[in-house]
Structure formats: structure tokens, C-alpha cells
Design a protein around this ligand. Structure first.
Ligand SMILES: Nc1ncnc2c1ncn2[C@@H]1O[C@H](COP(=O)(O)OP(=O)(O)OP(=O)(O)O)[C@@H](O)[C@H]1O
Ligand SMILES: [Mg+2]
Length: 247
């Protein structure tokens, strides 16, 4: 399979100071690729550079064999890259439907009508809440809404930053079930997570990040093998076996 997204020796950061260094990473078409790492490892910074919210300081980005280095976010959305930031940024006073439609600003009215039906089929719990102000939603519903909002742009690549953050275990499972469904539908996903155990159940492969650098890559099937997850986490992330219990 060809690489769909390719970062080559990518560096990026804040005020000209790099927080990620020479990151090389490939996301295969149709795969769910995970990016794992501890707090402050640089996961969100890498996602922001890929999404065009932070300019790369050096290196290259390629998407579907096109050079996209330095493209800004709106152009990348039109090209098919949608980004769901960490922390469920919602327009609180807007209704659920208005929030969802915000994700479709690059598309026509007709396209949005059809896509809204698809999004609501994936997240039926949002159907009954379309007219509610979004602040009234539970944390889990808000997460579904922000993923749905990103899907409204009809992406070919979905960048998801820690969708399970702060959710109760049952809701975490629900979010991951939907991610699995999206992956089965053929969408390519790059997923940042600290919930290693759940992530390994749905991912095809994972990259490990530490101190702004990629320090390893593993096939999820190998990681799911008995006892290897603990071992791999300790090798790449310096985690002890408690990681499994916590996640
Ligand atoms: N807006 C910012 N301005 C300056 N430095 C930042 C900013 N955001 C992050 N950093 C720094 O960049 C480094 C990487 O942070 P980043 O948010 O990418 O890590 P992360 O892996 O996403 O962590 P977490 O798991 O806590 O979300 C950290 O040293 C952090 O302090
Ligand atoms: Mg982060």
C-alpha cells in the first residue's frame, strides 16, 4: 500500500523554537495509525504542524503524493485533511446542528445535507439533540460532535488528538467503537492517544514519541501479543506495567 501521508524530517514548534525534531512518519491509506507518547512528548505539536496550524521549521509533508509543506489549515481542509484538536473545542452557544455545519463551510449546501445524514447515522445520539445548545451535551456527546464536525468536510484523512481524554470508561469504549467503524468505512486516521490498551485494539500500527522525537514504530498485531504491550511501552516510553491498568 502506498503511503498516504508522509512526514519527512519534520521539525516544528513555537516562536521559532522546535518542540518536535526531524519527525519521519508514514500513514498508509485506509489505516488507523496511532501516535503514542507521554505528556509533553510533542504529539499535539506534530498534529498541529500536519494540520497547517503551525508552520514547519524544516522538513517536508506529502499527502497523496502531493507536496503540502507549509500549506495553511483552510487549504488542507479543502484537500481532505480534517483535524480534531485536543480538548473538545466546541462553539458552546451554537446548537449541535450549527456546530456540525461549521465543519462543512468548505462544502456546498447539497453536499452538507447528504453528509449530515451520514454523520448522524454514525452518531445517532446527536440526532435527537440537533436543536440543543452544544454546552448541554455530555462530554461523550461533545466528543462525538467534534468528530462529526470534522467529518462534515468529507475528509480523506482524519487527525484526532486524544478523543478519549476525560471520558468515563464506557464512553471511551463508545468513541473507540466509532473509530473502528470509521476505519472500516475506509477512512484513514491518525490518532493521538494515551489510552494505549484501547488504541492497540483498533490501530494497525503505532509510532512512539518521546522528547519531540519518534523513538519507535510497531505493528499493533505484535503489540497485542500476550505481554508484549507492557514490554514495548517500557522500552519506548519508559512506562511500567501500570500503564495497562490505567488505560
Ligand atoms: N502553545 C505553546 N507554546 C509554547 N510551547 C508549547 C505550546 N504548546 C506546547 N508547547 C510545548 O511543546 C512541547 C510539546 O507539547 P505538546 O503539547 O505537543 O505535547 P503532547 O505530547 O501533546 O502532550 P499532552 O499529552 O500533554 O497533550 C512541550 O514542551 C510543551 O510545553
Ligand atoms: Mg497533546
Amino acid at each position: 500500500m502506498p503511503d498516504f501521508l508522509r512526514a519527512q524530517a519534520l521539525s516544528g514548534g513555537y516562536d521559532g523554537k522546535p518542540a518536535i525534531h526531524h519527525v519521519t512518519l508514514d500513514v498508509e491509506k485506509g489505516s488507523l495509525t496511532a501516535l503514542l507518547g507521554a505528556n509533553g512528548a510533542g504529539k499535539s505539536t506534530l498534529m498541529k504542524v500536519i494540520a497547517g496550524l503551525l508552520p514547519p521549521l524544516s522538513g517536508r509533508l506529502l499527502f497523496d503524493e502531493r507536496e503540502i509543506t507549509g500549506w495553511e489549515a483552510p487549504r488542507l481542509v479543502r484537500e481532505g485533511i480534517a483535524y480534531v484538536p485536543e480538548g473538545r473545542a466546541i462553539a458552546r452557544s451554537l446548537t449541535v446542528k450549527e456546530n456540525l455545519l461549521l465543519g462543512g463551510v468548505t462544502r456546498s449546501g447539497g453536499e452538507n445535507k447528504a453528509q449530515l445524514d451520514k454523520v448522524l447515522a454514525l452518531f445517532p445520539e446527536l440526532s435527537e439533540r440537533l436543536a440543543s445548545p452544544s454546552w448541554q451535551l455530555s462530554g461523550g456527546q461533545q466528543q462525538m460532535m467534534v468528530i462529526g464536525r470534522a467529518l462534515m468536510s468529507r475528509p480523506r484523512l482524519l487527525l484526532l488528538d486524544e478523543p478519549s481524554l476525560g471520558l468515563a470508561p464506557l464512553l471511551v469504549k463508545r468513541v473507540f467503537d466509532r473509530l473502528e467503524e470509521l476505519r472500516r468505512s475506509g477512512l484513514t486516521i491518525l490518532l493521538v492517544e494515551q489510552n494505549y490498551w484501547m488504541t492497540m485494539k483498533v490501530a494497525d500500527r503505532a509510532y512512539f514519541m518521546r522528547n519531540g522525537r519518534i523513538v519507535g514504530r510497531q505493528e499493533a498485531a505484535d503489540m497485542r501479543a500476550a505481554d508484549s504491550l507492557d514490554h514495548i511501552l517500557s522500552v519506548y516510553l519508559g512506562k511500567s506495567s501500570e500503564a495497562k491498568e490505567l488505560s
